[in-house]
Design a protein around this ligand. Structure first.
Ligand code: ASP
Length: 350
């Protein structure tokens, strides 16, 4: 009996010490971008994105291994200017599988910065888990002087293991900052400090391997999202038309002729149309193509029924979403409904 008690005590002690050292399981999904880019000379600004593979990215940051049990996989290796619906669907399905079926505690996605905000928002609406999903990239290629990729990747892993980042939806981690998927925008073409938090600011930061959240994300996302990609193998076709003085209606007409399901206007000011474009938009809406008004202005909402009578024409106002994110929400909304009022509700909630 004494022996059995002793053996049980040893087993318990082993279990406790094992769980004390067991680190969170983090999967890194690599998709390319400048973080995986290579320049022909480290001093030159000319480079090609999406060149080095996942293992090289992991090997460059051995410090991550103190924070987590790290493993990786390569989904694609592209510049994010070439991101597309097919990769988004594959990525969202894979993240759901890793978090909900394969027991990972968090996912880090390495990604180009050009369309990082779009991928983050798409995942924010289609990943169904409270566990952290963090996107990281870099503005300088992997072999540049002062490459910013390794620090951004390390910080992203620190965020992915942090309980503070749970339930905040998908986040981007760049330049020591944490930015939420709905607000984040790339604001500068070449600086490392390119990401901004739009209307709501940066929601947190990572310092010394620890993530700090300063404000909670309050809009609907991830586990409270009604959108699902599990049964989808394509997304509705939605295009963006850019507004300007003396604007040609041709791009909007081209989307109509190509039978797009929806069109987002990157309008002037509070989502206003040039008159010739407005006429095509009214006809498009009447033929069943949903029009969403957004704005080319870098900040401020596109308000419902301000200079445009949305109730009369059944247009939808994108509210706090910029055109590229308004496009993503419209694609997902059209998988659920074609009722303009229900679609408008989605813009209020997400
Ligand atoms: N064109 C690159 C990309 O988005 C830029 C970057 O990653 O910073 O893939």
């Amino acid at each position: 009996m004494k022996h059995i008690k002793l053996l049980a005590a040893i087993a318990l002690a082993l279990c406790i010490s094992f769980s004390a050292v067991a680190k969170p399981k983090i999967r890194i999904i690599a998709t390319g971008g400048t973080i995986a880019g290579v320049s022909s000379t480290s001093a030159s600004s000319a480079y090609t994105a999406g060149q080095v593979g996942i293992q090289t990215l992991i090997d460059a940051v051995p410090q991550m291994l103190y924070l987590a049990d790290i493993s990786g996989e390569q989904l694609v290796n592209i510049g994010s200017q070439d991101m597309n619906d097919e990769v988004w669907l594959k990525l969202a399905k894979r993240v759901n599988q890793l978090l909900n079926e394969e027991g990972y505690d968090g996912v880090v996605i390495t990604h180009g910065t050009d369309t990082m905000e779009e991928t983050a928002y798409f995942l924010n609406l289609t990943v169904h888990s409270e566990k952290p999903v963090i996107l990281a990239g870099s503005m300088r290629p992997s072999n540049a002087i002062s490459a910013d990729g390794p620090a951004n990747l390390y910080n992203a892993v620190a965020a992915a293991v942090s309980p503070a980042c749970k339930g905040q939806g998908v986040l981007c981690c760049m330049n020591n900052q944490l930015l939420d998927a709905k607000s984040v925008i790339k604001s500068h073409t070449i600086d490392c400090d390119t990401f901004e938090g739009g209307h709501y600011g940066v929601i947190g930061y990572v310092y010394n391997g620890e993530a700090h959240i300063l404000q909670k994300v309050t809009t609907k996302h991830t586990v409270s999202s009604v959108f699902s990609v599990e049964k989808l193998d394509r997304l509705p076709k939605v295009g963006i038309v850019y507004g300007y003085a003396n604007c040609s209606p041709l791009p909007m007409q081209a989307f109509v002729d190509a039978q797009y399901d929806g069109i987002v206007l990157a309008g002037v000011g509070d989502g206003n149309f040039y008159k010739d474009v407005f006429d095509v938009a009214v006809k498009a809406q009447n033929s069943g193509i949903q029009i969403v008004r957004s704005s080319r202005c870098p900040s401020g909402p596109t308000c419902l029924n301000s200079e445009v009578d949305d109730d009369k024409y059944h247009f939808v106002a994108s509210l706090d979403l910029n055109p590229q994110k308004a496009r993503i929400l419209l694609m997902l909304a059209l998988t659920k409904t074609h009722d303009w009022q229900e679609i408008q509700e989605f813009y209020k909630e997400y």
